[in-house]
Design a binder for this molecule. Structure first.
Ligand code: GLT
Ligand code: MN
Ligand code: MN
Length: 388
Protein backbone atom coordinates (compact mmCIF):
# COMPACT_ATOMS: atom_id res chain seq x y z
CA UNK A 1 0.00 0.00 0.00
CA UNK A 2 1.43 3.36 -1.00
CA UNK A 3 2.24 5.69 1.91
CA UNK A 4 0.63 8.56 0.04
CA UNK A 5 -2.76 7.27 1.18
CA UNK A 6 -1.81 6.35 4.74
CA UNK A 7 -4.38 7.61 7.26
CA UNK A 8 -3.09 10.22 9.72
CA UNK A 9 -4.66 11.63 12.90
CA UNK A 10 -5.21 14.95 11.11
CA UNK A 11 -7.66 13.20 8.75
CA UNK A 12 -9.91 12.47 11.75
CA UNK A 13 -11.04 9.04 10.53
CA UNK A 14 -13.29 7.35 13.06
CA UNK A 15 -15.30 4.13 13.17
CA UNK A 16 -18.24 3.12 15.33
CA UNK A 17 -17.50 0.32 17.74
CA UNK A 18 -20.57 -1.28 16.19
CA UNK A 19 -19.05 -1.13 12.69
CA UNK A 20 -15.83 -3.11 13.07
CA UNK A 21 -17.49 -5.35 15.68
CA UNK A 22 -20.41 -6.07 13.36
CA UNK A 23 -20.77 -9.84 13.26
CA UNK A 24 -22.55 -10.09 9.95
CA UNK A 25 -26.02 -10.98 11.21
CA UNK A 26 -28.86 -10.07 8.84
CA UNK A 27 -32.62 -10.72 8.86
CA UNK A 28 -32.04 -14.05 7.09
CA UNK A 29 -28.89 -15.34 8.71
CA UNK A 30 -27.03 -15.54 11.97
CA UNK A 31 -23.63 -14.17 12.96
CA UNK A 32 -20.65 -15.25 10.85
CA UNK A 33 -17.88 -13.65 12.94
CA UNK A 34 -17.10 -14.32 16.62
CA UNK A 35 -17.64 -11.52 19.14
CA UNK A 36 -14.96 -8.82 19.18
CA UNK A 37 -14.43 -7.28 22.62
CA UNK A 38 -14.49 -3.45 22.66
CA UNK A 39 -10.85 -3.27 23.77
CA UNK A 40 -9.88 -5.56 20.87
CA UNK A 41 -11.81 -3.37 18.45
CA UNK A 42 -9.78 -0.39 19.69
CA UNK A 43 -6.60 -2.36 19.12
CA UNK A 44 -7.71 -3.21 15.60
CA UNK A 45 -8.55 0.42 14.86
CA UNK A 46 -5.08 1.44 16.00
CA UNK A 47 -3.57 -1.24 13.74
CA UNK A 48 -5.35 0.06 10.66
CA UNK A 49 -4.46 3.68 11.43
CA UNK A 50 -7.79 5.13 12.53
CA UNK A 51 -7.95 8.21 14.75
CA UNK A 52 -11.16 7.68 16.71
CA UNK A 53 -13.78 5.26 17.92
CA UNK A 54 -17.45 6.10 18.50
CA UNK A 55 -19.86 4.08 20.55
CA UNK A 56 -23.38 3.52 21.77
CA UNK A 57 -23.81 3.01 25.51
CA UNK A 58 -24.58 -0.68 24.97
CA UNK A 59 -21.76 -1.31 22.49
CA UNK A 60 -19.61 -1.02 25.61
CA UNK A 61 -21.76 -1.46 28.71
CA UNK A 62 -24.42 -4.21 28.67
CA UNK A 63 -27.91 -2.84 29.24
CA UNK A 64 -28.22 -4.84 32.48
CA UNK A 65 -24.78 -4.03 33.93
CA UNK A 66 -24.59 -2.97 37.58
CA UNK A 67 -23.18 0.50 38.33
CA UNK A 68 -19.94 -1.13 39.53
CA UNK A 69 -19.61 -3.17 36.32
CA UNK A 70 -20.33 -0.08 34.26
CA UNK A 71 -17.57 1.86 36.03
CA UNK A 72 -15.02 -0.93 35.58
CA UNK A 73 -15.87 -1.43 31.88
CA UNK A 74 -15.68 2.28 31.05
CA UNK A 75 -12.39 2.61 32.94
CA UNK A 76 -10.81 -0.34 31.13
CA UNK A 77 -12.02 0.95 27.78
CA UNK A 78 -10.59 4.39 28.48
CA UNK A 79 -7.26 2.81 29.35
CA UNK A 80 -7.30 0.81 26.09
CA UNK A 81 -8.06 3.97 24.09
CA UNK A 82 -5.27 5.87 25.83
CA UNK A 83 -2.71 3.13 25.39
CA UNK A 84 -3.54 2.73 21.68
CA UNK A 85 -3.74 6.48 21.00
CA UNK A 86 -7.40 6.32 19.95
CA UNK A 87 -9.80 9.15 20.85
CA UNK A 88 -13.58 9.01 21.41
CA UNK A 89 -14.97 12.01 19.51
CA UNK A 90 -18.63 10.95 19.52
CA UNK A 91 -21.00 8.96 21.68
CA UNK A 92 -24.58 7.88 21.12
CA UNK A 93 -27.34 5.82 22.69
CA UNK A 94 -29.12 2.62 21.69
CA UNK A 95 -32.80 3.53 21.58
CA UNK A 96 -33.78 0.88 19.05
CA UNK A 97 -32.57 -2.58 20.08
CA UNK A 98 -34.36 -3.42 23.29
CA UNK A 99 -38.00 -4.61 22.96
CA UNK A 100 -38.97 -1.76 25.31
CA UNK A 101 -38.48 0.52 22.28
CA UNK A 102 -40.65 -1.46 19.87
CA UNK A 103 -43.01 1.55 19.56
CA UNK A 104 -40.23 4.14 19.52
CA UNK A 105 -38.31 5.87 22.30
CA UNK A 106 -38.73 9.65 22.56
CA UNK A 107 -41.91 9.47 20.46
CA UNK A 108 -43.43 6.29 21.94
CA UNK A 109 -47.02 6.48 23.09
CA UNK A 110 -46.22 5.12 26.57
CA UNK A 111 -44.96 7.99 28.77
CA UNK A 112 -42.95 5.44 30.76
CA UNK A 113 -41.04 4.43 27.61
CA UNK A 114 -40.38 8.08 26.81
CA UNK A 115 -39.06 8.68 30.32
CA UNK A 116 -36.91 5.55 30.19
CA UNK A 117 -35.50 6.67 26.82
CA UNK A 118 -34.54 10.02 28.33
CA UNK A 119 -32.96 8.40 31.39
CA UNK A 120 -30.99 6.00 29.18
CA UNK A 121 -29.79 8.89 27.01
CA UNK A 122 -28.60 10.91 30.01
CA UNK A 123 -26.63 7.90 31.24
CA UNK A 124 -25.15 7.40 27.77
CA UNK A 125 -24.12 11.06 27.83
CA UNK A 126 -22.35 10.39 31.14
CA UNK A 127 -20.39 7.53 29.53
CA UNK A 128 -19.46 9.63 26.51
CA UNK A 129 -18.36 12.56 28.68
CA UNK A 130 -16.18 10.27 30.77
CA UNK A 131 -14.47 9.12 27.56
CA UNK A 132 -13.98 12.66 26.27
CA UNK A 133 -16.70 12.80 23.61
CA UNK A 134 -17.97 16.25 22.65
CA UNK A 135 -20.45 15.19 19.96
CA UNK A 136 -23.57 13.22 20.81
CA UNK A 137 -25.46 11.59 17.92
CA UNK A 138 -29.16 10.84 18.11
CA UNK A 139 -30.53 8.41 15.53
CA UNK A 140 -34.24 7.78 15.93
CA UNK A 141 -34.30 4.38 14.28
CA UNK A 142 -37.50 3.29 16.03
CA UNK A 143 -39.13 6.72 16.00
CA UNK A 144 -41.70 5.93 13.35
CA UNK A 145 -44.68 3.86 12.34
CA UNK A 146 -46.01 0.93 10.40
CA UNK A 147 -49.52 2.36 10.71
CA UNK A 148 -50.31 6.02 11.20
CA UNK A 149 -53.33 4.92 13.25
CA UNK A 150 -50.96 4.71 16.25
CA UNK A 151 -50.43 8.44 16.85
CA UNK A 152 -50.61 11.84 15.22
CA UNK A 153 -47.34 12.61 13.50
CA UNK A 154 -47.29 16.17 14.85
CA UNK A 155 -47.45 14.77 18.40
CA UNK A 156 -44.33 12.77 17.55
CA UNK A 157 -42.58 15.99 16.53
CA UNK A 158 -43.56 17.65 19.82
CA UNK A 159 -42.31 14.68 21.85
CA UNK A 160 -39.04 14.63 19.94
CA UNK A 161 -38.54 18.36 20.52
CA UNK A 162 -39.19 17.91 24.24
CA UNK A 163 -36.55 15.17 24.46
CA UNK A 164 -33.91 17.14 22.55
CA UNK A 165 -34.52 20.21 24.69
CA UNK A 166 -34.16 18.06 27.80
CA UNK A 167 -30.84 16.51 26.82
CA UNK A 168 -29.46 19.95 25.90
CA UNK A 169 -30.35 21.22 29.38
CA UNK A 170 -28.65 18.20 30.93
CA UNK A 171 -25.46 18.83 28.96
CA UNK A 172 -25.48 22.46 30.12
CA UNK A 173 -26.21 21.52 33.75
CA UNK A 174 -23.37 18.99 33.79
CA UNK A 175 -20.95 21.21 31.86
CA UNK A 176 -20.40 18.43 29.29
CA UNK A 177 -20.06 20.82 26.36
CA UNK A 178 -21.86 18.50 23.95
CA UNK A 179 -23.20 19.41 20.58
CA UNK A 180 -25.98 17.10 19.34
CA UNK A 181 -25.99 15.73 15.81
CA UNK A 182 -29.37 14.46 14.62
CA UNK A 183 -29.29 11.57 12.14
CA UNK A 184 -32.15 11.07 9.69
CA UNK A 185 -33.25 7.92 7.89
CA UNK A 186 -36.39 7.36 5.82
CA UNK A 187 -37.25 3.78 6.79
CA UNK A 188 -35.81 0.56 8.23
CA UNK A 189 -36.24 -0.69 10.87
CA UNK A 190 -39.64 1.10 10.94
CA UNK A 191 -41.91 1.19 7.92
CA UNK A 192 -41.62 4.97 7.98
CA UNK A 193 -39.32 6.90 10.29
CA UNK A 194 -40.15 10.45 11.40
CA UNK A 195 -37.51 12.95 10.32
CA UNK A 196 -36.90 11.02 7.13
CA UNK A 197 -34.19 13.25 5.74
CA UNK A 198 -31.50 15.66 6.90
CA UNK A 199 -33.70 18.45 5.55
CA UNK A 200 -36.44 17.47 8.02
CA UNK A 201 -34.03 18.01 10.90
CA UNK A 202 -32.82 21.31 9.48
CA UNK A 203 -36.46 22.39 9.68
CA UNK A 204 -36.88 21.18 13.27
CA UNK A 205 -33.68 22.65 14.73
CA UNK A 206 -34.71 26.34 14.67
CA UNK A 207 -37.79 25.41 16.74
CA UNK A 208 -35.70 24.00 19.63
CA UNK A 209 -34.88 25.71 22.92
CA UNK A 210 -31.13 25.53 22.17
CA UNK A 211 -30.80 25.53 18.39
CA UNK A 212 -27.14 26.52 18.67
CA UNK A 213 -26.35 23.17 20.34
CA UNK A 214 -28.03 21.02 17.71
CA UNK A 215 -26.96 20.13 14.19
CA UNK A 216 -27.11 17.11 11.92
CA UNK A 217 -25.25 13.88 11.23
CA UNK A 218 -26.14 13.06 7.62
CA UNK A 219 -25.43 9.50 6.45
CA UNK A 220 -24.65 8.72 2.81
CA UNK A 221 -26.81 5.60 2.66
CA UNK A 222 -29.78 7.14 4.43
CA UNK A 223 -30.25 9.99 1.96
CA UNK A 224 -29.59 7.64 -0.95
CA UNK A 225 -32.23 5.20 0.34
CA UNK A 226 -34.64 8.11 -0.08
CA UNK A 227 -33.39 8.61 -3.63
CA UNK A 228 -31.76 11.91 -2.72
CA UNK A 229 -28.47 13.56 -3.63
CA UNK A 230 -26.33 13.22 -0.51
CA UNK A 231 -23.92 16.02 -1.33
CA UNK A 232 -26.83 18.43 -1.66
CA UNK A 233 -28.05 17.51 1.83
CA UNK A 234 -24.55 17.92 3.25
CA UNK A 235 -24.12 21.25 1.47
CA UNK A 236 -27.35 22.61 2.89
CA UNK A 237 -26.35 21.51 6.38
CA UNK A 238 -22.92 23.06 5.94
CA UNK A 239 -24.35 26.33 4.65
CA UNK A 240 -26.64 26.47 7.70
CA UNK A 241 -23.66 25.91 10.03
CA UNK A 242 -25.18 22.59 11.06
CA UNK A 243 -22.79 19.93 9.77
CA UNK A 244 -21.75 18.70 13.21
CA UNK A 245 -20.79 15.14 12.17
CA UNK A 246 -21.01 12.87 9.11
CA UNK A 247 -21.61 9.14 8.55
CA UNK A 248 -19.74 7.88 5.51
CA UNK A 249 -20.65 4.60 3.81
CA UNK A 250 -22.27 3.57 0.55
CA UNK A 251 -25.52 2.19 -0.79
CA UNK A 252 -26.98 0.96 -4.07
CA UNK A 253 -30.27 2.85 -4.67
CA UNK A 254 -33.41 0.81 -4.13
CA UNK A 255 -31.77 -1.87 -1.98
CA UNK A 256 -31.94 -2.71 1.71
CA UNK A 257 -29.79 -0.67 4.12
CA UNK A 258 -26.40 -1.91 2.95
CA UNK A 259 -23.85 0.17 4.92
CA UNK A 260 -21.16 -0.66 2.35
CA UNK A 261 -17.52 0.43 2.54
CA UNK A 262 -17.18 4.12 1.63
CA UNK A 263 -17.11 4.57 -2.14
CA UNK A 264 -17.90 0.91 -2.85
CA UNK A 265 -21.08 1.54 -4.84
CA UNK A 266 -21.02 5.11 -6.18
CA UNK A 267 -17.45 6.37 -6.50
CA UNK A 268 -18.55 9.38 -8.54
CA UNK A 269 -20.98 10.66 -5.92
CA UNK A 270 -18.40 9.85 -3.23
CA UNK A 271 -15.96 12.00 -5.20
CA UNK A 272 -18.29 15.01 -5.25
CA UNK A 273 -18.89 14.54 -1.52
CA UNK A 274 -15.19 14.40 -0.64
CA UNK A 275 -14.51 17.34 -2.94
CA UNK A 276 -17.20 19.34 -1.16
CA UNK A 277 -15.94 18.51 2.33
CA UNK A 278 -12.35 19.32 1.39
CA UNK A 279 -13.19 22.47 -0.61
CA UNK A 280 -15.19 24.01 2.24
CA UNK A 281 -12.72 22.89 4.91
CA UNK A 282 -15.01 20.66 6.98
CA UNK A 283 -12.94 20.07 10.13
CA UNK A 284 -15.07 17.53 11.99
CA UNK A 285 -14.66 13.78 12.26
CA UNK A 286 -14.93 11.66 9.13
CA UNK A 287 -16.84 8.78 10.59
CA UNK A 288 -17.35 5.52 8.71
CA UNK A 289 -20.71 4.04 9.65
CA UNK A 290 -20.40 0.92 7.56
CA UNK A 291 -19.48 -2.71 7.95
CA UNK A 292 -17.65 -5.44 6.13
CA UNK A 293 -19.41 -7.87 3.80
CA UNK A 294 -20.87 -10.92 5.52
CA UNK A 295 -18.35 -13.06 3.66
CA UNK A 296 -15.43 -11.66 5.68
CA UNK A 297 -13.45 -12.78 8.70
CA UNK A 298 -11.67 -10.18 10.88
CA UNK A 299 -8.83 -9.86 8.36
CA UNK A 300 -11.51 -8.85 5.90
CA UNK A 301 -12.86 -6.37 8.43
CA UNK A 302 -9.41 -4.75 8.46
CA UNK A 303 -9.45 -4.69 4.65
CA UNK A 304 -12.84 -3.00 4.89
CA UNK A 305 -11.66 -0.37 7.39
CA UNK A 306 -8.45 0.37 5.50
CA UNK A 307 -10.47 0.57 2.29
CA UNK A 308 -12.83 3.22 3.67
CA UNK A 309 -9.96 5.50 4.62
CA UNK A 310 -7.87 4.80 1.55
CA UNK A 311 -10.75 5.54 -0.81
CA UNK A 312 -11.43 8.80 1.00
CA UNK A 313 -7.80 9.86 0.62
CA UNK A 314 -7.65 8.80 -3.04
CA UNK A 315 -10.78 10.85 -3.73
CA UNK A 316 -9.27 13.77 -1.84
CA UNK A 317 -6.26 13.62 -4.12
CA UNK A 318 -8.56 13.41 -7.17
CA UNK A 319 -10.40 16.50 -5.93
CA UNK A 320 -7.12 18.42 -5.71
CA UNK A 321 -6.26 17.22 -9.22
CA UNK A 322 -9.67 18.40 -10.50
CA UNK A 323 -9.15 21.80 -8.88
CA UNK A 324 -5.69 22.10 -10.48
CA UNK A 325 -6.67 20.89 -13.97
CA UNK A 326 -6.36 23.85 -16.36
CA UNK A 327 -8.91 22.58 -18.89
CA UNK A 328 -11.46 21.86 -16.19
CA UNK A 329 -10.91 25.23 -14.55
CA UNK A 330 -11.25 27.06 -17.87
CA UNK A 331 -14.68 25.47 -18.32
CA UNK A 332 -15.65 26.27 -14.73
CA UNK A 333 -14.70 29.90 -15.33
CA UNK A 334 -16.58 30.04 -18.63
CA UNK A 335 -19.83 28.63 -17.25
CA UNK A 336 -19.92 31.25 -14.49
CA UNK A 337 -19.47 34.24 -16.79
CA UNK A 338 -22.51 36.32 -17.84
CA UNK A 339 -23.78 35.70 -21.36
CA UNK A 340 -24.56 39.39 -21.86
CA UNK A 341 -24.07 42.75 -20.03
CA UNK A 342 -25.95 42.37 -16.74
CA UNK A 343 -26.71 44.59 -13.73
CA UNK A 344 -24.33 43.68 -10.90
CA UNK A 345 -25.81 41.30 -8.33
CA UNK A 346 -26.78 43.16 -5.18
CA UNK A 347 -29.21 42.99 -2.30
CA UNK A 348 -32.52 44.76 -2.66
CA UNK A 349 -32.47 48.55 -2.76
CA UNK A 350 -34.65 51.07 -4.58
CA UNK A 351 -31.71 51.95 -6.85
CA UNK A 352 -30.94 48.35 -7.72
CA UNK A 353 -34.63 47.64 -8.24
CA UNK A 354 -34.84 50.47 -10.76
CA UNK A 355 -31.78 49.16 -12.62
CA UNK A 356 -33.05 45.59 -12.66
CA UNK A 357 -36.55 46.48 -13.80
CA UNK A 358 -35.13 48.82 -16.46
CA UNK A 359 -32.75 46.30 -17.94
CA UNK A 360 -33.49 44.56 -21.22
CA UNK A 361 -32.55 40.88 -21.40
CA UNK A 362 -32.14 39.07 -24.66
CA UNK A 363 -33.64 35.62 -24.10
CA UNK A 364 -32.04 34.31 -27.25
CA UNK A 365 -28.59 35.23 -25.92
CA UNK A 366 -29.37 33.64 -22.54
CA UNK A 367 -30.54 30.45 -24.20
CA UNK A 368 -27.52 30.30 -26.51
CA UNK A 369 -24.83 30.49 -23.81
CA UNK A 370 -22.37 27.66 -24.11
CA UNK A 371 -22.70 25.21 -21.19
CA UNK A 372 -20.28 22.38 -21.97
CA UNK A 373 -21.34 20.14 -19.10
CA UNK A 374 -20.86 16.98 -21.18
CA UNK A 375 -17.21 17.87 -21.63
CA UNK A 376 -16.88 18.89 -17.98
CA UNK A 377 -18.40 15.65 -16.75
CA UNK A 378 -16.25 13.55 -19.09
CA UNK A 379 -13.14 15.31 -17.78
CA UNK A 380 -14.36 14.59 -14.25
CA UNK A 381 -14.83 10.93 -15.12
CA UNK A 382 -11.33 10.83 -16.63
CA UNK A 383 -9.84 12.31 -13.46
CA UNK A 384 -11.67 9.59 -11.55
CA UNK A 385 -10.58 6.83 -13.91
CA UNK A 386 -7.00 7.96 -13.70
CA UNK A 387 -6.40 9.11 -17.28
CA UNK A 388 -5.85 12.75 -16.24
C1 GLT B 1 -27.11 2.03 13.53
C2 GLT B 1 -27.58 2.89 12.39
C3 GLT B 1 -26.67 4.01 12.13
C4 GLT B 1 -26.59 4.99 13.25
C5 GLT B 1 -26.05 4.44 14.48
C6 GLT B 1 -26.18 5.48 15.59
S1 GLT B 1 -26.66 2.93 14.91
O1 GLT B 1 -26.03 1.27 13.15
O2 GLT B 1 -27.70 2.07 11.24
O3 GLT B 1 -26.96 4.67 10.94
O4 GLT B 1 -25.68 5.99 12.85
O5 GLT B 1 -27.19 5.22 16.48
MN1 MN C 1 -25.37 6.20 10.76
MN1 MN D 1 -27.02 3.12 8.08
Amino acid sequence: MSDKYAPLPEHKFSFGLWTVSNRGRDPFGSEVRPPLAPVDAVKMLAQVGAWGVNLHDNDLVPIDATPAERDRIVKEFKQACDSHGIVVPMATVTLFFDPAFRDGAFTANDPAVRAYALQKTLRAMDIGAELGAKIFVLWGGREGTETDACRRADDAVKRLRHAIDYVCEYSIAKGYGYTFAMEAKPNEPRGDIYMATTGNYLGLIPTLAHPEMVGVNPEVAHEQMAGLNFTHAVAQAWEAGKLFHIDLNDQVPGRYDQDFRFGAANPKSAFFLVKFLEDVGYAGPRHFDAHAYRTENYDGVKDFARGCMRTYLILKEKAARWNADAEIQAIVKEIHEPSMPTPAEATYSPAHLATLLGHTFDRGTLAAKNLPYERLDQLTVEVLLGTR
